[in-house]
Design a protein around this ligand. Structure first.
Ligand SMILES: Nc1ncnc2c1ncn2[C@@H]1O[C@H](COP(=O)(O)OP(=O)(O)OP(=O)(O)O)[C@@H](O)[C@H]1O
Ligand SMILES: [Mg+2]
Length: 310
């Protein structure tokens, strides 16, 4: 594997664009069943908040030692201020468009007796004016970035992704996209998209063999004029389909504790390495190593430069 140096990483600027979320956890004790309905009553003892969605992707970029800018839309509610505080503490540079009528996306998990009892989601769609201002902000930022990463969580923050892709292309910047949904036409002309197995299946249908997967991934790549399709395959590792053909790497995890967020770590690692000047094929084994390491960690979903490149 090509050696990477920390100095090159510090100089890399990555622009992360997409839906930010606040992951909120309420931990408590369950002592009785409610008299109002057959549900447990949780006495909340502790609260925890973490960066979610594209903010977690930017956190992964910053944790690897590159400079992360985060462009996204939030409301003007308390959750948006918690999110901004966490973003600043993490060393990410925020560019948050505010829409007073928007509810900042929050996923609240209530945990009692070591298990999640319920998850409540707060979210709605951002308005067009604030989304248009995101494109203006993007056009001001793009010249100073070495790579652009779109993290689509399907919350409406990327309504103008096609205009942003065109701007990034005009500046010859690598464009990485973690896709969502069943219509990928909006991702046309990107350098690489990174669906997981289920996401790819939603778009191209199931496959029965490696040959069929390759055929479907290449057809998608050509139809959308993508540089590459990188399929992340959990315990099967990952497969890259590009103009030269395909390249596969096996999963590396020794022990698996927590698989959530592995996809975020993978695409953040790829963006950092492309920003340092590596090709996708050179970056692939590192991104796979990153995925394998992060699923073995408990409680955090990021890696440091030293952990990945030691
Ligand atoms: N169970 C596992 N065993 C080994 N490696 C894993 C496992 N799950 C994930 N990985 C590693 O992490 C990479 C990304 O995982 P995956 O394909 O599950 O992404 P994802 O579904 O987008 O994740 P998420 O959306 O939860 O962030 C895999 O390609 C692999 O390298
Ligand atoms: Mg994912």
């Amino acid at each position: 594997m090509t050696p990477i140096n920390a100095q090159a990483m510090e100089k890399a600027h990555i622009l992360v664009v997409g839906d930010v979320m606040l992951d909120r956890y309420w931990y408590g004790a369950v002592e009785r069943i409610s008299p109002e309905a057959p549900v447990p009553v949780v006495k909340v003892l502790r609260e925890e908040e973490r960066l979610g969605g594209s903010a977690n992707v930017a956190f992964n970029v910053a944790s690897l030692g590159a400079h992360a800018s985060l462009l996204s839309v939030v409301g003007e509610d308390p959750a948006s201020h918690s999110l901004e505080q966490l973003i600043l503490q993490t060393g990410i540079e925020p560019f948050l468009g505010r829409d007073a009528e928007l509810k900042t996306t929050v996923k609240l998990r209530i945990i009692g007796r070591q298990q999640q009892l319920i998850r409540a989601d707060f979210e709605d769609l951002p308005k067009t004016e604030v989304l248009a201002s995101q494109t203006r902000q993007f056009s001001e930022l793009i010249a100073s970035q070495q790579a652009v990463l779109f993290s689509d969580y399907g919350k409406g923050g990327l309504a103008h992704i096609q205009d942003m892709i065109e701007l990034a292309r005009a500046h010859h910047r690598p464009i990485l996209i973690d896709p969502k949904g069943s219509d990928y036409s909006k991702y046309q002309n990107a350098s690489v998209i990174t669906p997981n197995r289920a996401e790819l299946q939603d778009v191209v249908g199931p496959w029965q063999s490696e040959a069929e997967l390759e055929h479907k991934a290449q057809a998608l790549r050509q139809a959308l004029n993508l540089g590459a399709v990188l399929v992340t395959r959990s315990e099967e590792g990952m497969s890259l389909f590009d103009s030269e053909g395909s390249s596969h790497v096996k999963a590396q995890a020794r022990e698996v504790f927590d698989v959530t967020g592995a996809g975020d770590t993978v695409i953040a690692t790829l963006a950092c390495l492309l920003a340092c000047g590596l090709t996708l094929r050179e970056a692939l084994p590192w991104a796979n190593r990153a995925g394998g390491l992060v699923v073995g960690k408990f409680g955090t979903a990021t890696l440091t430069f030293e952990e990945l490149f030691a």
